[in-house]
Design a binder for this molecule. Structure first.
Ligand SMILES: Cc1cc2nc3c(=O)[nH]c(=O)nc-3n(C[C@H](O)[C@H](O)[C@H](O)COP(=O)(O)O)c2cc1C
Length: 240
């Protein structure tokens, strides 16, 4: 082999070596992240970016929506949880306005996730932070059975892969609108819940609204602050 051919090969080999090292580094980083995600932690969990489009029209989602109370035992994925939370309260404008309307843009609603069978999300209770689109861990362990008991034993709650619970801080709205604000909060919670139900259809997931539950028991399971009032329990899982 001539010296000229050899010298041409060296840069190529060097590039290949750098690519191999970078691939190895990326793989070990990804492995580390997966391991970190498999254990419950009270730290923030950044959610995957929600998608802003789909092949399901709003008409199709409304037509197909049906209360679904039993699910396959297959897990949900974190991207689906991300999408459902975005549908509920995701930020959709530079000014901080959200997917659901809010009287006076005062945003009294809070979203919790009770995870029991979600890939890359350890079992536990989490609170959604819409501004950074992230979850904060509140408690570890599978709380679906406890939540099911608080919901008068309705099996959809324990059979769901994950449950979204919506609560409200009434004062955020009543401080401006007085007692009328209570009505506004209830109206607003309906908007957000319907967004979740329609998003679930678009993701081909089953969901139901649970209104029958003991408020105090739900608050206890979710470690909800005193000033919050639970309004909706929404079990979610894969369609049978
Ligand atoms: C405010 C509210 C509370 C509800 N509570 C429950 C409940 O506790 N358990 C349940 O299985 N379904 C509950 N549902 C679902 C209704 O039973 C369901 O929407 C109704 O049967 C109509 O069926 P569809 O949703 O498939 O159209 C509730 C619905 C609403 C709007």
């Amino acid at each position: 082999m001539s010296d000229l051919t050899k010298s041409k090969k060296y840069p190529f080999l060097l590039v290949m070596l750098i690519l191999c090292i970078m691939t190895e580094l990326a793989l070990s980083l990804a492995k580390g992240m997966t391991q970190a995600m498999s254990e419950y932690s009270s730290e923030m969990i950044r959610l995957p970016e929600p998608v802003q489009d789909s092949d399901t029209s709003i008409e199709e989602a409304m037509r197909k929506r049906r209360s679904t109370r039993s699910y396959k035992e297959r897990p949900l994925i974190l991207a689906e949880i991300s999408q459902l939370l975005w549908a509920a309260q995701g930020i959709t404008s530079q000014r901080g306005l959200r997917t659901a309307p809010s009287a006076g843009a005062l945003y009294p609603l809070e979203m919790y996730v009770v995870a029991g069978n979600v890939n890359d999300l350890p079992d536990g209770v989490y609170k959604y932070g819409p501004h950074k689109h992230e979850l904060t861990g509140l408690a570890g362990g599978d709380k679906r059975n406890e939540l099911c008991k608080a919901a008068l034993g309705q099996t959809s709650v324990k059979d769901a892969a994950a449950v979204i619970v919506m609560s409200a801080v009434y004062e955020r709205t009543t401080v401006k609108y007085g007692d009328r604000g209570i009505q506004y909060v209830h109206m607003e919670s309906g908007h957000a819940a319907q967004n979740v139900l329609l998003q679930a259809v678009s993701l081909n997931l089953g969901a139901v609204i649970i209104g029958a539950f003991h408020d105090d028991a739900v608050k206890k399971v979710l470690k909800m602050p005193e000033r919050e009032q639970p309004l909706y329990i929404m079990p979610l899982g894969r369609m049978k």
